[in-house]
Design a protein around this ligand. Sequence first.
Ligand code: AMP
Ligand code: MG
Length: 404
Amino acid sequence: MISVKKAKEKVLETKIISRKKKVQILDSLGFVLAEDIVSKDDIPVYDNSAMDGFAIRALDIKGAEKNYPVRLTLSSEDIPAGKLPKEKINPGFCTPIMTGASIPDGCDAVIMKEDTQREANNVLIFKECQAGENIRNRGEDIKRGERVLAKGETIYPADIGVMASLGFSEVLVNCAPAVGIIATGDELLEVGKDLTIGMVRDSNSYSLSAQVKEMGIEYLRYGIVEDDLKTMTKNIERALAENDILILSGGVSVGDYDFVKDSLNNIGAKQVFWKVNQKPGKPMAFYKYNDKFIFGLPGNPVSVMVCFEIYVRPLIRKIMGHKNINRPVILARASHDFKNKKGRTNFVRVVIEKKDGQCFFSSTGLQGSGILTSMIKADGIAVFPEDIGDVKKDSIVEVFLLKE
Ligand code: AMP
Ligand code: MG
């Protein structure tokens, strides 16, 4: 049996060269850039108005005040956004201009509409302003040739907006791994079926699929495979041909009908480890097959979800090229005493509350690995390391966050 730390190292030790693909910018959200984004334009590409108001010469309205307005004459054109001004504005004149419109020749500032009053062919200006005021200068946001986004960065909504403003409709990203999910067990029922004695509905393939989906990537759910060596081997082979990561639930322990390891050995997959010194999820197995990864997760519904969080999710993020592969971790204070067996890592589902600027955690209730509702309530998972026993009220422990 190996430690959680060692198991995590083994899962993440493979050097990954991510595959890359071009995608529509909207489909790149949450992926990692595989190319630099360099601007071909100045943004904005022309000096333009930051306000609705009047384009003026700052010199003309020097000294303007509420009680001593300066009177300017309206030029014959006005400039909505998108229209190119044709006229040069002479001293003593001004022209109505809208936000985003190009600044006409002869003007060096925009006075906002709220500081003016229109009177027939004249405009009274009640405030002076400096040259350059309310003008957004060419290239002030982005300069032509500037690297705006760097390869290796995770793509957020603002990045997609920037790519659109720069004229990129597609972008190169690292591919996510293809993830396949198989639930094993003779006792498993499809979701639509009524429960009978001895049977349970397959929830694992759903919670695992949802965990993958939460990462913004695709999954293939293969449904239920019976506890039979031949059938299991065949199904595993097929799923491996179609995926980079295969997640199996159940059948990995020491039971007489636990055939996952035998099936994997049959096809020549290499066992990296089996059994981790942790609760829940002790009988977890990890295999490699060529450049593919196989997780044999214990069938208990909490174990699969916790093992996914601890091992599978970071591996998927590593393959995607994310710099930060782990969930955010906080230091939180125990709201009450926790019974805890020393000598193994214990992953405890907890509710987090903020009091006086500090985070406190309390148990979600029953912590059995079959109590899936303990995951519903969980804001996070507190990690009680191997070398500590009972956790006393007010102890500070690392908790990684599952929810916002
Ligand atoms: P196993 O690891 O196959 O010994 O299964 C351990 C426990 O998890 C048993 O009580 C199973 O009934 C339960 N279990 C296994 N697979 C699933 C599944 N797909 N959905 C819900 N419970 C499961
Ligand atoms: Mg089973």
